[in-house]
Design a protein around this ligand. Structure first.
Ligand code: UDP
Ligand code: MG
Length: 327
């Protein structure tokens, strides 16, 4: 296969996006034909993350028609972050832009990103000016999340940036060296360092379909983010035990005083015993949970499995050979 040189690749993870795909393809074709044209050939990498609808059929057909379009079919649903990783590792461009399939991130912004990249920035974040018609709960949880993760990790994460960003080739090389199974790219990219900047844009609403980030998944992503950047939750155990120690030393003094000085102990002590047992029980369970989360991650990491498995790669002119994942 003649390897073409691409100044730019666009990577899009796709999970059950059948209703959004026709508009996406049209938009991308237009972007490549119009404002991205001066930059040379653009490679488009579409990663199908185990969709249950006809997304892969549409992707495969599209990639069969268009040169420079690459379809990557993962063997099952690996989740947004890993699908993104698969796309980033497949992309061959000098700079790679990742975006959502739902056209919430307008391709026109890529021009600004490339301009910033030319000025020497390795990472260019697309930052939303406002969050469109997103529900109030999503805005609040997003804000709480950013606050928490910055406090815990000490890594400054640019606000209101999703996974719409440009990464330079050398950033991708470094990224490929971070073999984390529970990835949170939004935290890993600032961690890498390199000159970074932002471009601002208005975020549109989803063209079709529904968000794939219900509250449950957002919570998991949030903990992945925190755990991948910080071990501070573990230190909670230490702080809790110190606090409790202080409280209970005080309590023991009170009990002794009650017994010897006031001649108490008339009531069998049901209330105090029960509260002590419940408080201890709850806190221990909570901390065990936090430990468990970290141990689970250590276990996942120790297994050292590949991050994702590619079942098929579709490029124009056939070549459906499954590629060995680099990870
Ligand atoms: N996505 C994916 N795998 C998943 C969930 C989502 O590849 O398990 C893709 C999805 O198709 C979309 C992107 O990740 O292109 C972001 O998802 P979505 O737009 O639902 O998230 P939101 O923008 O609402 O946070
Ligand atoms: Mg979206």
């Amino acid at each position: 296969m003649a390897s073409r040189h691409y100044p730019l690749s666009i990577v899009i993870p796709i999970f059950n996006e059948e209703p959004a795909l026709p508009a996406l393809f049209r938009e991308l074709e237009q972007a490549c034909a119009m404002f991205l044209q001066p930059f040379g050939p653009v490679e488009i990498v579409l990663v199908n993350d185990g969709s249950k609808d006809r997304s892969w059929e549409l992707i495969a057909a599209q990639c069969g028609r268009q040169t420079d379009w690459v379809g990557v079919n993962l063997s099952r649903n690996f989740g947004h972050q890993l699908a993104l990783a698969a796309g980033l590792e497949t992309a061959r461009g000098d700079a790679v832009v990742s975006m959502d399939a739902d056209l919430q991130d307008p391709p026109a912004v890529i021009v600004d990103m490339l301009a910033a990249h030319r000025q020497g920035y390795d990472v260019v974040y697309g930052t939303r000016k406002d969050r469109g018609q997103e529900p109030f709960t999503k805005r609040i949880t997003a804000r709480a999340f950013y606050f928490l993760i910055e406090k815990l990790s000490g890594v400054a994460i640019p606000r209101n940036t999703g996974d719409f960003r440009l990464l330079s080739r050398r950033t991708l090389t470094e990224l490929a060296r971070l073999h984390e199974a529970h990835r949170f790219l939004r935290g890993l990219v600032p961690w890498i360092g390199f000159p970074q900047t932002q471009v601002y844009y208005d975020r549109a609403d989803r063209v079709a379909g529904e968000t794939h980030y219900p509250f449950r998944k957002m919570l998991r992503l949030a903990f992945d983010g925190i755990a991948s950047l910080s071990t501070k939750p573990l230190r909670l155990a230490y702080i809790f035990s110190l606090l409790l120690f202080a409280v209970f030393v005080g309590y023991i003094f009170y009990v002794l005083y009650d017994h010897f000085v006031r001649g108490g102990d008339l009531v069998p002590g049901w209330t105090s015993i029960m509260s002590a047992v419940t408080i201890f029980g709850t806190i221990q369970l909570l901390l065990l949970g936090v430990f468990g989360e970290y141990i689970g991650r250590i276990y996942e990491q120790a297994k050292n499995r590949p991050l994702y498995i590619i079942q098929e790669i579709k490029r124009t002119g056939g070549d459906p050979a499954p590629a060995a994942p680099k990870s």
